[in-house]
Design a protein around this ligand. Structure first.
Ligand SMILES: O=C(O)CCC(=O)C(=O)O
Ligand SMILES: [Fe+2]
Length: 280
């Protein structure tokens, strides 16, 4: 993937960053993507948004993007949908993100051989994508309840991992995320299921955790355009309501080691995508 000046090369993850992910269950990688790349992705997705800028699930999959796109499906529109979904599939495979995840998940992907060498025994797979525009005053501006992303996929080994790329600056006013460092060491905690798409209920989206273990403290994080939050699927997090007049576009990709159990979901229809073979 190459937009503007920046090449997609493996990210030089430091030991401190590696250890910080281990301790906290998340890692903020500043400026992983350029402003040009963020603008490109955002404007590409804007073409397919409905008037309220509802969340788009699985935009890297043609049939999903087509179902979400409210326009008449002229040949030109069909072509845009094809281009966007293909581009977003390549973004799921982006070397910068995947190189970070492969290091963070190395315990799940590599095994020591009899000779004492580390050998890669399985691949990391892409699972799903999601675009959240979080436009002000649309119904989609609501904050998300405190949840674990793995409460949707239910991987028993805590191997579900996500990248969350902020396509514009995010702060407390426009609905940034907050996190509970260390909470990824918990299993999937009891939660109340909340439908993400049920606008009519007036409820905030996100499976609602029943009780946040008191030993974890909430931390607000602000993001700049191009920052990526790498998040352990079991790490507790939520987000603020967007009370500003700015959108808060967030693009998410999710991943899991090959062969790991996950719940496909009726609406999301999650399935795995090969990353390695298609790397550019
Ligand atoms: O967009 C947000 O504010 C939070 C989204 C989130 O946590 C999720 O989609 O799992
Ligand atoms: Fe989440």
């Amino acid at each position: 993937m190459m937009i503007g000046e920046r090449k997609s090369e493996p990210y030089p993850l430091t030991l401190d960053e590696f250890l910080s992910f281990d301790d906290n269950g998340f890692l903020v990688v500043r400026n992983l993507y350029s402003h040009d790349e963020c603008d490109f992705i955002n404007s590409m997705l804007e073409r397919h948004a409905n008037a309220k800028h509802d969340l788009i699930m699985q935009p890297h999959r043609y049939k999903f993007l087509k179902a979400y796109d409210p326009r008449d499906k002229t040949p030109e529109v069909e072509e845009e949908i094809r281009q966007t979904s293909e581009f977003l599939y390549s973004f799921m495979r982006d070397t910068r993100a995947v190189s970070i995840l492969e290091k963070l998940k190395r315990n799940a992907l590599y095994e020591m051989s009899y000779e004492g060498n580390m050998e890669k025994t399985r691949d990391l797979m892409g699972v799903m994508s999601q675009m959240i525009f979080k436009y002000p005053g649309t119904g989609d501006q609501k904050g998300w309840n405190v949840h674990q992303d793995n409460a949707y996929t239910m991987n028993p080994n805590g191997h579900y991992i996500t990248t969350n790329t902020f396509l514009a600056d995010a702060d407390n006013e426009n609905g940034t995320m907050y996190l509970y460092p260390g909470s990824h060491k918990e299993p999937i905690l009891p939660f109340e299921e909340v439908k993400t798409f049920d606008r009519s209920s007036g409820r905030s989206p996100g499976n609602n955790i029943k009780e946040i273990p008191p030993k974890y403290a909430k931390v607000d994080v602000t993001f700049k355009k191009g920052d990526t939050l790498v998040l352990h699927g079991n790490c507790l997090h939520g987000s603020y309501e967007n009370v500003s007049s700015r959108p808060r576009p967030l693009y998410m990709n999710t991943y899991i080691p090959n062969g790991e159990f996950f719940v496909p979901g009726r609406k999301a229809q999650r399935r795995t995508f090969v990353l390695k073979l298609l790397e550019e």
